[in-house]
Design a protein around this ligand. Structure first.
Ligand code: FAD
Length: 509
């Protein structure tokens, strides 16, 4: 994709031309905009966001779990192979991707482009907690495999109730069952306030003259003379505007799929989306919240999708330490929390109807699981919480509605027609002039990795020129950290210092 820099012509509609349009003011557009402003500062960027502020949908601190996903505690990133050994390849990938985010955020802090990292990232131990003999055996094997790897150094394992009482007193108090239990703990985990980060990045973009248009809804996207014409409605006045750009990024979160479909590009066909909503329980008793200091991930129930792994999380929101448990899944036909009940049905097109129907037939277990989740009473939710906190009292916990995730459904070689995907998908036009981000997991934590992927796919020529700057900002770009343990130690230490995170890994303290 070639962008020459904006042409200044005096015709009346020309001021609506720009180099880059970012749709949506979530963490993904914020990250792409920040990368582009460093790599091509002369490019003009416009942002259109339908809501009144940045980071109000999935990226908002109350709409996601705030886990800096680096596979330190999420059991679904490591699987048991048929020979009984543990496959950690996915965990390595996710950890390496999170290191890219840490480096870019550190670069922004060191360059004074964003300030006060403690307002968006805090150190917190990441723990996995399991019950039952089979799960304990799995966790022990997982621990042995991971703790030999440089990326996971410093991880501890214990099945000793006395040690566990030290680590997780709230979880151990009142536990009477004789069932074996075990946990792993690693102190290098993080809690990330993605809402605060998104707002900081948009403040930075505004200071670099990026035009950010809130309360502007994108209604249509069409090809026009080698560019893209984006039809935008000013929500307050109802006025329609047309803006053109050589490159458009559709960062609409759950709203990306309908916008991608409007582009009509061949790559947008045969893709569907299935919304799964999230609910958390939030502790309203500061005395209870004070007794817990970790993100503790359990094991997903059989038949449950990976994003519904239960976890008990210490969170830092608006400078306050809070305790959240969940997520519980729910069903809503909306693609965004602020979306419409017609979103799901409206996304069914002639080109994806069979893909969608096939997914419906294949995903009976998920459908059953979602129906069960929707039917859960508050007392049933409390029962699930009591698997983590045996003494939990109903009056100490309130329910909050989190964000919507739209899982991608597409036809794949491995899974056949209508396969449900749990990761993120970058869809780009063959000429790299438009890109859309679909899917939800591992999500915001890997925003830098995913946006670098967008740049590689859409700007292969410029990437050759941008390489040195990217390497300056993100030294591990293009390098396997697992194979370069010295570089890992170096960047881990320097990013921990800049971001105020823990150095307490083996050999790094
Ligand atoms: C319950 C839950 C828990 C999660 N937990 C984690 C976690 O612990 N760690 C993690 O890393 N990730 C987590 N995620 C995923 C993470 O929240 C998302 O991956 C990330 O926030 C997506 O960012 P985004 O910018 O793509 O979308 P969003 O933040 O949703 O932003 C999209 C923006 O586009 C706007 N928009 C949409 N359509 C239009 C339109 N037509 N015109 C103009 N604007 C439009 C929306 O209003 C919105 O502001 C979680 C998600 C959920 C739902």
């Amino acid at each position: 994709m070639q962008i020459q820099g904006i042409r200044k012509v005096t015709m009346s509609n020309i001021q609506k031309k720009t180099d880059v349009i970012l749709i949506g003011a979530g963490v993904m557009s914020a990250t792409l905009g920040s990368l582009l402003k460093t790599l091509a500062p002369e490019w003009e960027i416009k942002v259109f966001e339908k809501l009144g502020n940045a980071g109000e949908e999935s990226s908002n601190e109350w709409n996601n779990a705030g886990t800096g996903h680096s596979a330190l505690c999420e059991l679904n990133y490591t699987s048991e192979k048929s020979d009984g050994s543990i496959d950690i390849s996915k965990a390595i990938k996710i950890n390496e991707q999170f290191q890219l985010s840490r480096q870019f955020w550190s670069y922004l802090v060191n360059s004074n482009l964003i300030r006060r990292p403690q307002d968006f990232i805090m150190p917190i131990p990441h723990m996995s907690f399991v019950q039952g003999e089979k799960n304990v055996t799995f966790l022990k094997k997982r621990f042995k495999t991971l703790s030999n790897n440089p990326l996971f150094k410093g991880m501890e394992f214990s099945d000793d109730p006395e040690k566990l009482k030290e680590w997780i007193p709230l979880i151990m108090e009142g536990r009477t069952s004789n069932e074996p239990i075990a946990a792993t703990k690693i102190d290098s985990g993080t809690d990330v306030n993605f809402g605060a980060l998104t707002r900081m990045l948009f403040d930075h973009l505004k200071s670099k003259n990026v035009e950010i248009n809130y309360k502007h809804r994108v209604k249509d996207i069409k090809r026009a003379d080698g560019s893209w014409e984006v039809k935008v409605q000013d929500i307050d006045s109802g006025k329609i505007e047309y803006h053109t750009a050589k490159f458009v990024f559709i960062g609409g979160g759950g709203g990306s799929l309908p916008l991608l479909q409007k582009t009509g590009i061949p790559e947008s066909k045969h893709i569907g989306g299935f919304p799964v909503s999230g609910l958390f329980m939030v502790c309203n008793n500061p005395e209870v919240a004070r007794q817990h200091h970790a993100k503790v991930y359990g094991k997903a129930k059989i038949g449950a999708p990976p994003m519904s792994v239960p976890h008990l999380d210490t969170r830092y929101i608006a400078g306050k330490k809070t305790l959240l448990f969940g997520p519980f899944a729910g069903f809503s036909p909306k693609f965004l929390k602020t979306g419409s009940n017609l979103d799901l049905i409206g996304s069914v097109k002639l080109n994806n109807v069979f893909t969608m129907l096939s997914a419906g037939v294949k995903q009976m277990a998920l459908t059953k699981y979602l129906i069960q989740q929707v039917m859960l009473s508050n007392e049933k939710r409390m029962e699930e919480l009591r698997e983590f906190i045996p003494n939990a009292k109903s009056e100490d916990w309130d329910l909050v509605v989190a964000g919507q995730r739209v899982q991608v459904i597409k036809d794949t070689e491995a899974g056949g027609r209508g396969t449900l995907q749990f990761g993120t998908e970058v869809v780009t036009a063959a000429d790299g002039s438009i890109a859309a981000l679909l899917g939800a997991s591992p999500g915001a934590s890997t925003a830098v990795y995913v946006m670098l992927d967008v740049l590689e796919k859409c700007f292969p020529e410029q990437m050759k020129v941008w390489q040195p700057k990217i390497k300056e900002m993100i030294p591990s770009y293009g390098v396997s950290l697992v194979e370069n343990a010295d570089l890992f130690r170096e960047i881990y230490t320097s990013t921990a210092r800049t971001l105020g995170l823990t150095l307490a890994r083996v050999g790094l303290g």
